[in-house]
Write a protein of this length. Sequence first.
Lengths: 451, 171
Amino acid sequence: MKDLFEIARSGLIASQKNSTVTANNIANADTPGYSRQRVNLQPVDYNINGSSMGLGVKAGDVVRVRDGLIDKQIQLKNQELGGLNANSRIYGQLESLFITKSGGDLDKNISDFFNSFSDLANNPQDINLRNVILSNSQTLVNKFHSLSNGLNQIKDETQKDTGNIINKINSLLKDIAETNISIAHSHAVGKSDNTSKDLQTQKLNDLSKLIDFNTTTDNNGALEIRIGGLLVLSGSHASSIKPEITDPGSKMNLRLDNGKLLNVQKGQLASEVKMINNVIPDLQTKLDNLASNIVQNVNQVHTSGYGLNDSVQRNFFDPSKTTAATIQINQDIQTHPGDIAASSVAGEAGNNQNALGLVNLRDKNVMNGKTFFQNALGLISEPGITLSSIKSEIQTKQSAQQMLQNQQDSVSGVNLDEELSKLIKFQNAYQASAKVMVAGKQMYDTLLNMI
Amino acid sequence: MEQAVETNDLSLLLHSVENLIIGYDQADELLQSQIHAVIANDFEKLNDLISRQIDHYEELSGLESSFREQLSSAYQKVNPDNSKPKLAKLLQLYTGSTGRLNALRDDLLRKVNHVRILSLQLLDLLKYAQDLNVNTLRAVMATTEQHGVHYNQSGKTDGRSISNFSIDQKG
């Protein structure tokens, strides 16, 4: 009997760094003269039934309650961080696309384009200045093309990555289903397959980085997993997920092999799907709108004026190509820079009124109550601003995740009274620290207003 | 009648800004330590850091008052009607060389902003830790509806039922 309790005692000590009293109490529960202190002595029930291993099993019951809580918290943090890390990576790519180290970005290209009309207005007959306009226009057109292509490339790469993630998820679901078989088998004969349970926990942690899910345990001790409310794993059967894009440009759907549509909210997969379905298309739409507005507004003014050579009123940009991917300079203008309409009167080569009209477009709030330059600046800054906020969020969540990990790794078993007391003490300390932080924030704000 | 900002005014301000920079460097360290203490669940260290943080706020508050007085005094000379003195504006209005003070101002601005962000991150972490504690307390309470068994001096169970329980985080 003494040996059996010794096994239980040593087992608990191994997993309970800060609770020697608890372990000692359990190990000595049936020792005559020993005064029980503050610990769960439920294991003695098993001794009465002649099963000394009951000590461990009972402790395991408690472990599961606590483990479930911490594991769930870690998995939730994994889901959030998995999504944020995916967002961070893709927004990083978008930021690099829109903001270059050379500084030749869309806002500058738009600015250069309109400024070159300003130079022409000073000398409307100068053919060299007209060539400068063509050169700046081509640079602007090329920038729209490269940004549009870049967005498509990022979307394509994200779609490929989504395929890889889905393969990993399907593989993990199969692995978990296999552990279920082993766990249920042991459960049927009244044993606990701790090795498979450990493996299952590890696989669940891996899965939580990729996708959000809920778990329940069936009567056989096997795990059931639901994603978006749909059962994807039950017993030894794991469903598989498939990506579905009906035609280019349409949205990506996720479908189970039973045909049901899957709705994911968190994790790497949800973030990437959101990027493919919303974020990148929204940026593409904004870019297209900017190109289209520039084409329409510049053409509207340009067609009211005349070039040096004739009295024909021409579009500056090809009016049939109004997206960022297709925008083009009118072929006539490209071939004959003299056709750039600086004059408002046919035959008056020295007239600059139409060139001034084009310059005025630079400072007009023609789109969303803002100038073209401001719209471009807002568009190219958007990924960087979002990325900065995501990075800060990642830092905070990583801290929380690390805290959970430490909690799981530290005290493995403690007395309830001590634990409650500690929790309350911590709660008070947290509250005190938070109050001090709030006071500090007022001071920082005051100083920031003075400097 | 407006007076000119004197070199001495700027020299006092320069000294004040230098002190504030040192103060905010210390605030940065204290906040980093608090974040680590919360993450490490180090109650003793956290309590110690809270006390140090309060003391440090008093120091910072003193430095800030001194800075405010010097700034107001210098600012009054160039803009007596404006009740909201600002160092950046003062430096714009001053005709002499302000290179060193400008650089220190930028440095201070950066440090205060960084400390502000750190304090917000710590607040987020504290909020999370508090919520986690509350959830843990609830889970513990739910679990302890199963009462423990009490043992008498001879190691035998007696009829009493005590609500206590072993929490295992490791598994």
